[in-house]
Design a binder for this molecule. Structure first.
Ligand code: GRF
Length: 207
């Protein structure tokens, strides 16, 4: 049984929903951080994916977190899709939305409702190598093909345009002459795992 102080502390934490489409390694790092730091300012209470097959569901299951699939492609009526998303977020009393490898544009209605409370991570130094179509390995390929000697991560607030919201943090990562997109991706991913939870934690201490 937890003591009263721990129960009360948990109640004060920001309730986070993670949106993810893929492996969910960032989701895992964020969940672990919140569990390993009793004084963390947030807890992950919901995972939403657009894909039923996304591995992030397994991550959620391992940690006993509710995870659901809401696939825009299954809705002929986009308003219905948005209604379902908003309803799920409201059912779980979500304060902050964290995008972690979410390959869908967040509908304008959500950006409006959670104005300034949606975060995203991008595996490059925005504004370079951002925008539509710039995701996953496409980003690292483009960085290497352009002969950049540095790349990195950008954590930013989501607004109505792809990868254009206010930056909260950037961390640089050297690109080595021997790097393949895969090797660079794995070095950048390790930085994402250590930095994203810290930024979310700081963000949730104010929001
Ligand atoms: C990360 O590189 C993130 O920056 C990008 O998508 C990738 C997601 O990886 N937006 P994972 O699903 O968290 O493992």
């Amino acid at each position: 049984m937890r003591n009263v102080v721990d129960v009360l502390k948990d109640k004060q934490k920001r309730r986070v929903a993670i949106f993810a489409s893929g492996a969910g390694s960032n989701a895992e790092a964020i969940i672990k951080f919140s569990l390993e730091h009793p004084d963390s300012t947030f807890r992950v209470v919901l995972i939403i994916s657009n894909l039923a097959t996304a591995k992030v569901h397994q991550v959620a299951e391992r940690f006993g977190i509710n995870s659901i699939t809401i696939n825009d492609k299954e809705y002929t009526d986009s308003q219905e899709y948005i209604k379902v998303l908003l309803q799920e977020l409201s059912n779980s009393n979500i304060d902050v939305i964290v995008l972690a490898g979410y390959l869908r544009k967040v509908p304008a209605e959500l950006v409006e409702k959670y104005d300034g409370r949606i975060l995203n991570i991008h595996p490059a130094l925005l504004p370079k190598y951002g925008g539509k179509g710039m995701y996953g390995m496409h980003v690292h390929k483009a960085v290497i093909e352009s002969g950049e000697d540095e790349s990195g991560i950008t954590i930013h607030i989501v607004n109505s345009e792809y990868d254009k919201g206010e930056h909260l943090k950037q961390v640089r990562v050297n690109v080595l002459p021997t790097d393949t997109p895969e090797v660079l991706a794995s070095r950048i991913l390790a930085v994402e795992h250590s930095e994203y939870p810290l930024v979310i934690n700081e963000f949730c201490s104010y929001k």
